[in-house]
Ligand binder design. Sequence first.
Ligand SMILES: [Cu+2]
Length: 314
Amino acid sequence: MNTKLTTLTLAATLAAQSTFAGTLPTDHAPIGVMADHNHLAGEWMAGFRFNQMSMENKMLDGDYLNGKMMAPKTMKKEMYVTGLMYGLTDELTLVGNVPFVKTKMAMGRSMGADFQTSADGIGDVKLGGIYTLYQKDHTKVLLNMAISLPTGSINQTDDTPMMANQLLSPNMQPGSGTYDIISRLTYIDRQDDLAWGGQIMGVIRTNTNDNDYKMGDRIAASAWVGYDLANFMSVSLRLDGQKWGDTNLNGTPVMNMMGAERLDLLGGINFIIPEGTLKGNRFAIEFGKAIHQDVGTNMMENDYRLHAGWQLAF
Ligand SMILES: [Cu+2]
């Protein structure tokens, strides 16, 4: 056999194996899961994610005004996140994310027509690292620590029938206004065509922002399974539970932004292009709805959430 060809084949095999982010569709968790993988030293990954959360008034089918002059009917939040990952060492991957946030809220009134407010802008930039705590065969445990910088605006305004340039509520603002610490502990494993994993996540707000409020802290736990249907496509199922605290203004909970909890069931599809010039490009989508939610005295509850993304390691 041609020695040159053998060397080339060997080199190609090694190159394929060195891509730590993996070559199977299930080597990445469902796209809504962040910090689920790391990269080897010197490897880069660029990514773009689209996240959409749709909420509606829990009384929308009934008397949602409930005697009030006006109340929110629906709210939509969209995030367009550009991300970069870099393997500093085989154990430590650096991660940076820049989100662009768009929010829209439809309000209904007892007298007068419905109206809408909207905001958009750069959100809070997140910088952090993913450290491999444990790795053996296909089993891996990753620790992700990140800081969320208050780069997003908390001063967006919009015109309403009552007032021009009215300051929008905290949940409409692109930023939290605070330095937030985000930590995630992720476990991933696989056997043949089946991959599974779990992640716990926490967000802690370290200060009160310039507008004297502090968004609620948040914890979440996710568990998923993925199955490779082919070398280019996998499907996934995920349970994601979240609990968050009150948003406090001068120490008092902001109405309609109290602590709440939710359990979502999400289904997803992951694609990876296995060969050709676009080899290694990943596309994924995940869609979910709440199977349990307790929003307490808040008016708005979750309708659906959607995550979509593209990723490429190089
Ligand atoms: Cu990556």
